[in-house]
Ligand binder design. Structure first.
Ligand SMILES: [Zn+2]
Ligand SMILES: [Zn+2]
Length: 210
């Protein structure tokens, strides 16, 4: 007698991601992957981040299946010990031994780990998800934020440096203010802009006829 497949797994695709989602009962995985991938903030996951996330969920499910208790961050750390290049082979062997002793089928779990390419194929082919390009306005906004943070950092480091030199009697100065100005020169017409003005007006005046 054949068993009828439950609804949520009947939609599973045949690729490796679909197979492990079924095997470990990760029913919300597809929603999660699409949501994290298409997130339009800086928190957006790369396909590498997503692969790591899937693999950690696989590991977590395997630990659950073995009835293991784990603390916050322990799954992530165990995953790192199993996969990171920074971990010595001795530590890795030790980690695998401990998991095996706790009845976790390590080899099987590792075989189920996926690459970023597999996640990408699953997202674009199986789920037909698309990455929306950010709008020009969003790109400008992000650039303003990035450069603003850089400017603040430059100002802070400059202030510290001057203060330190002053304390050491290397330089003499009264109360002081640091102002960071970044200018961009258009080499076609030699006009200088502050980076803020350049972004606000969307380019150099000399190019507006083109
Ligand atoms: Zn798939
Ligand atoms: Zn110009």
């Amino acid at each position: 007698m054949t068993q009828t497949t439950p609804t949520e797994t009947s939609e599973a695709c045949g690729c490796k991601v679909g197979r492990i989602a079924t095997e470990y009962g990760l029913t919300d995985l597809n929603d999660e992957l699409v949501r994290y991938w298409t997130d339009r903030t800086d928190d957006r996951y790369s396909t590498r981040d997503l692969a790591e996330h899937v693999n950690q969920r696989v590991l977590e499910a395997a630990l659950d299946d073995a009835g293991l208790q784990y603390k916050d961050g322990e799954v992530e750390n165990t995953y790192r010990l199993l996969t990171s290049d920074d971990v010595s082979s001795g530590t890795r062997v030790q980690t695998r031994k401990e998991l095996e002793r706790d009845a976790v089928p390590v080899e099987n779990v590792e075989r189920n780990f996926i690459s970023h390419q597999t996640v990408y194929n699953h997202l674009t082919k199986c789920l037909e998800a698309e990455l929306e390009e950010p709008t020009d306005e969003e790109k400008l906004e992000r650039s303003r934020d990035k450069l603003g943070a850089l400017r603040n950092r430059t100002a802070a480091v400059t202030e510290d440096t001057v203060a330190q030199l002053e304390r050491g009697d290397v330089i003499d100065i009264g109360e002081f203010n640091v102002l960071v100005n970044v200018t961009v020169t258009c080499e076609d017409c030699k006009t200088q802009y502050t980076i803020r003005d350049l972004l606000d007006q969307g380019g150099c005046d000399c190019q507006s006829d083109n």
